[in-house]
Design a protein around this ligand. Sequence first.
Ligand code: NAG
Ligand code: NAG
Ligand code: NAG
Ligand code: NAG
Ligand code: NAG
Length: 798
Amino acid sequence: MATSCLLPCIAVLFLAAFVSSSRNMSLGPIQVDVPNDFSYVCDPQRFRQQGLDMDKFTYCNKSLSYQVRAKDLVDQMTLDDKVQQMGNSAKGVYRIGLPKYEWWSEALHGVSDVGPGVKFDNVVPGATSFPTVILTAASFNQSLWRNIGQVVSTEARAMYNLGNAGLTFWSPNINVVRDPRWGRITETAGEDPFVVGTYAINYVRGLQDVQGAEQSSDPNSRSLKVSSCCKHYTAYDVDAWEGVDRFHFNALVAEQDMLETFNRPFEMCVKDGDVSSVMCSYNRVNGFPTCADPNLLKGTIREEWDLHGYIVSDCDSIEVMVDGHKWLDDKGDDASAQTLKAGLDLDCGHFYPDYLKSAVLNGKVREAEIDRSLNYLYVVLMRLGFFDGIEQYKSLGKGDVCTEQHIALASQAAREGTVLLKNEGGALPLSHVSKLAVIGPLAKATELMLGNYAGIPCQFVSPLDGLTKVGQLLSAVDHVIYQPGCVDPKCQNDSLILPAINAAKDADATIIFVGTNLSIENEGLDRTDLYLPGYQTQLINQVAAVSRGPVILVIMSAGGVDIQFAKDNEKIKSILWAGWPGEEGGLAIADVIFGRYNPGGKLPITWYTNEYVKQLPMTSMPLRPVDGYPGRTYKFYDGPTVYPFGYGISYTNFRYEVTSSPESLRFTLKPYQHCYSQNHMNKDQDSPCPAIIIEHSECTHFIQVEVTVHNVGMRDGNEVVMVYSAPPPGIVGAPIKQLIGFQRVHVAAGQNVKVKFSFNACDSFNIIDAAAYNILPSGTHKIFVADESVPLEVNFDY
Ligand SMILES: *[C@@H]1O[C@H](CO)[C@@H](O)[C@H](O)[C@H]1NC(C)=O
Ligand SMILES: *[C@@H]1O[C@H](CO)[C@@H](O)[C@H](O)[C@H]1NC(C)=O
Ligand SMILES: *[C@@H]1O[C@H](CO)[C@@H](O)[C@H](O)[C@H]1NC(C)=O
Ligand SMILES: *[C@@H]1O[C@H](CO)[C@@H](O)[C@H](O)[C@H]1NC(C)=O
Ligand SMILES: *[C@@H]1O[C@H](CO)[C@@H](O)[C@H](O)[C@H]1NC(C)=O
């Protein structure tokens, strides 16, 4: 039977699993302040059991607005009560019928038990584990991103009903990948702020939106399926590198980079995703801990972007301010007062519960600031149905977790993300092989495929299992020989290479699985080089040298690896990047290798050579080339790469035709509007009106771009159409190009598909200049799609 309860009963269920299965047994030392046979707070029965009359509690009056109800709740609390609700483990107030609540749950790519809000047990032994985000990002398929969010929130809501999860999930991670060494690339959607922001909008809407209630005239009463959180705000992308760690690092960031790169996904997440929470990060930005910066929190998130929700700290961020950054030599109460005043509503940690009371009593912060934060928090819980329930989710239970469709979506996501990097002579897909050698320390990967912020998966399909299963199913393989080559990804010992060589010698085809795992790139662990670990390179070269049949290299990693040697090796016919593909990863890889699926993923990050990372420290934040360092990301770096951003081929070939209309735009400036011609524009050619500031403009000009994608090959395929704009030449500091739109399409062999884009001139042809103005330059812009380009003339009448 399904158990419906709020979070406090997690502990009860846990205990019950060990002691007895009876739910109304004596509960021993655990204090249970709510019975566990209800699914929401404002249930008269529940109040009666506590000896309370619900009608006396205005916060349960459904005919009043959430704001009024939240105010009523907060106004009944003492200062002691209030501060006990402001850590992630909110204690509840028994006296007024408010139960405990654990705010910290995670769902980065499936419901995860990394936070204390989620438990797997006999009732829910596992949840669907999707590929890590960087692979899902490589699909460039917005509907996939949203679908995954929808499935994750269905499982999350079902787990909430069963007492196995909370309602507030601190996912996704939307930091931009600025440096290829970063240990958390796996969690993110890559290096392009527009892609990351678009991913955020889709995933957040997938998690949060209640069908039929996606929009509302009052966003603060819009129902939420579960609450999502965009993190870690902001300019956070150094974990631990050469003695510098995130708990001490002060990121020096120009406003130009802030607007253009670091904050852009957050702005999109809040404004277009209508996310209900943002998390501030551990690092400092220009001296200030992000969680204590009133400009970043109140000024930007709350006021400028108009957040409907709450701001939470990264876990123990306030403690990190005191002990790591030693910010202003603060003690706990000063630090807590400062973050509260800056706009931090909830502390993932214990500083708020421990220190806010004395901060108020010592006059360091107004109690009204506490009330305001609590209001934001309770309005979110009300929107989630914590108080009233949400009818359409009441019946979700055990049968809605790890369903066949959910598992199928996990394998679909892995297939869609997989990137084909090399395929000489059409070596892939494999047709029939009598003897297949499967080599490499990642061939039997299981947990490895889940990356971090994982839960317990429904099941696993390792690459070796997948190849064996699909190979047999299609009668494509007679024998599979497996040799690990190394015991693990670190590959510190070459003694297993010889048996691998022997296996490959008389095989008709050899597939080598190499890459990294969490012991090489992870939270708190940045890389120092981009090479494959240990003896993996030797393993590949030696196996390739003796292989009789074609060699196929499968890279399983989060960040890029310098595999220039393999790209250049003629014996290695094909290279696939399969990321960390989630619980069904092995099936997806086999589907691609045997041609049941034609890969269409594109790299969401630049794969740099190792030379590149020798040229600049990870701690240098600018995106543009400065101080003799090369620029960062495809927007500002055009030197040699192993594979560029957006790279990925197919088993078929595509040809593009591009048209755009209109081909020129004229803006008529208003009488009070001036041409922007500051020195830092520095255009080669003197234009009388080099640019306009977008904030002062009516941006009603749209450009329609139509791309016809012809599949000129022999197989049906999937193609991601990526449209870039490039500003007129000669503008100092302008990006080389920037992605302005993308769409994934399926095109049957010999057919074509028309893809239409509509671009607002100010959103897609703008640049952020050195003074951090958002400007639209005049002159000839370019619209690029692969090798095709069309010009766009922009002129101003004044
Ligand atoms: C447990 O609850 C059931 C139904 O509410 C009741 O019939 C039973 O007597 C209770 N058992 C104990 C030990 O309290
Ligand atoms: C709920 O609020 C409405 C509107 O103020 C009021 O008319 C009604 O009496 C309240 N209900 C209870 C049970 O207090
Ligand atoms: C995009 O993803 C959806 C799954 O959400 C899938 O049905 C669709 O086929 C994908 N589109 C392409 C072109 O791969
Ligand atoms: C990752 O690799 C390390 C060393 O190579 C190994 O000890 C660890 O068990 C691996 N972890 C997973 C999840 O594969
Ligand atoms: C490598 O592994 C083999 C087999 O486990 C072992 O005999 C040998 O000592 C190891 N070599 C090194 C250098 O650790």
